[in-house]
Design a protein around this ligand. Structure first.
Ligand code: GDP
Length: 363
């Protein structure tokens, strides 16, 4: 799936930047044909590494003079509203490149991203037929009531707009004892790690056609309400391992390829996902199994898919394999979605299916 990415605010911009980095330099090229960073804080735009300068859009200069919206999300809404043409103009220019969907990314607890994301999502939905997905960063508990309130208000506004929200919970992933910047760097790495596989699996190149191919529409149809993604990787046997019989064997070596594939999927679905979620309440699931072609075992794949069908609330599981020549591991990505509540913040979606809703400017 090729996604046009728009990161808003500090968190949104940094995560968009990292995703574009993977799309340019990683194994899954071209998944992000363009990425824009939108911010009212000039210094944060300057700190980005990969998004070209021409795609960094400073908004709200006359209101905040390049210093950001603080935690004032009403100001964030107002700025996004008044500068919407500065945001949409580059989008219109970029969308001539083929994309399957938009991916809007923002921290839910701040001002610019939390206020601006609903405005941008609403406008994208009015202007384009492509689905609009949102990646929202939940503030951690200790960031205080205002951030939590901003998150609640942002979700309430997005409720009924867009085609699904992938959540990443800073509370679950924050790294105690690290400098904030390093901690954000680690968290962003963890969030972005599974995304190239998830988006790239639908983009089949000649030498990468799997047995069970998924396409962009499978990925698109796997989103609903809130979703969380999990990732797991297991070392596979390399040709070198097979010709060195005296090498010390680990417990992973004892697994057959089928067991390895199954275990990778089960771990991805049950270990630490991007947020706290109960697998038995998921309404949809997407599973992607990637690895060297001779390690992608169809018996293991089918077993894992059946297991996932039984584990979630419905049996709506889409899945595909993604041969990766030269890899020495089997990796699995599982995306669980269709959740309507975030119990930690007392949030409940009223409209889990997408609908067109317009966002009003507030004073
Ligand atoms: P904005 O620039 O006004 O939109 O505000 P931020 O993007 O800084 O949003 C504040 C929320 O995002 C808080 O919960 C921060 O902890 C979180 N945040 C800020 N930067 C990052 C980041 O790079 N990664 C992650 N995971 N969270 C971030």
């Amino acid at each position: 799936m090729r996604a046009g990415v728009i990161g808003i605010g500090q968190a949104g911009g940094r995560i968009a930047d990292l995703l574009l980095y993977h799309s340019i330099w990683g194994k899954h090229k071209g998944i992000v044909p363009f990425a824009l960073a939108v911010n009212s804080a000039q210094a944060e735009l300057r700190g980005l590494r990969t998004i070209p300068k021409s795609n960094r859009i400073l908004i709200g200069q006359t209101a905040v003079k390049g210093h950001g919206a603080g935690l004032n999300r009403k100001l964030g809404i107002r700025i996004a509203y008044h500068w919407i043409h500065s945001i949409m103009h580059p989008v219109t220019e970029k969308v001539v490149q083929h994309i399957d969907a938009f991916l809007v990314i923002a921290g839910l607890g701040g001002g610019t991203g939390s206020g601006g994301a609903p405005v941008v999502i609403s406008r994208l939905m009015q202007m384009y037929e492509e689905p609009v997905f949102f990646i929202g960063i939940l503030p951690s508990e200790d960031e205080g009531k205002l951030m939590n309130l901003n998150a609640v208000e942002c979700i309430q506004e997005i409720d009924g707009m867009g085609n699904g929200i992938l959540l990443f919970d800073n509370d679950l992933w924050k790294k105690e004892g690290l400098a904030l910047d390093t901690s954000y760097g680690v968290m962003n790495y963890e969030l972005v790690k599974p995304l190239p596989l998830m988006l790239g699996a639908g983009e089949t190149a000649k030498d990468k056609v799997g047995i069970k191919v998924i396409d962009a529409s499978d990925i698109i149809n796997s989103w609903a309400g809130f979703g969380y993604v999990g990732y797991s990787k297991m070392k596979a046997k390399t040709p070198r391992d097979r010709i060195l019989p005296f090498r010390k064997k680990s417990s992973i070596d004892q697994l057959s390829p089928a067991q390895r594939c199954f275990t990778a999927v089960r771990n991805a679905a049950t270990m630490k996902l991007t947020g706290e979620c109960d697998i038995s309440q998921a309404q949809k699931a997407l599973m992607i199994l990637a690895g060297p072609p001779d390690e992608l075992n169809m018996e293991g794949f089918s077993h894992a898919k059946q297991w996932l069908e039984n584990a979630i609330a419905t049996s709506e599981v889409r899945g595909g394999d993604y041969p990766m020549r030269g890899w020495d591991s089997v990796a699995a990505v599982v995306f669980l979605s269709g959740y309507s509540e975030i119990p930690r913040l007392g949030i409940k979606l009223q409209n889990i299916e997408s609908a067109d809703k317009e966002i009003e400017e507030t004073d």
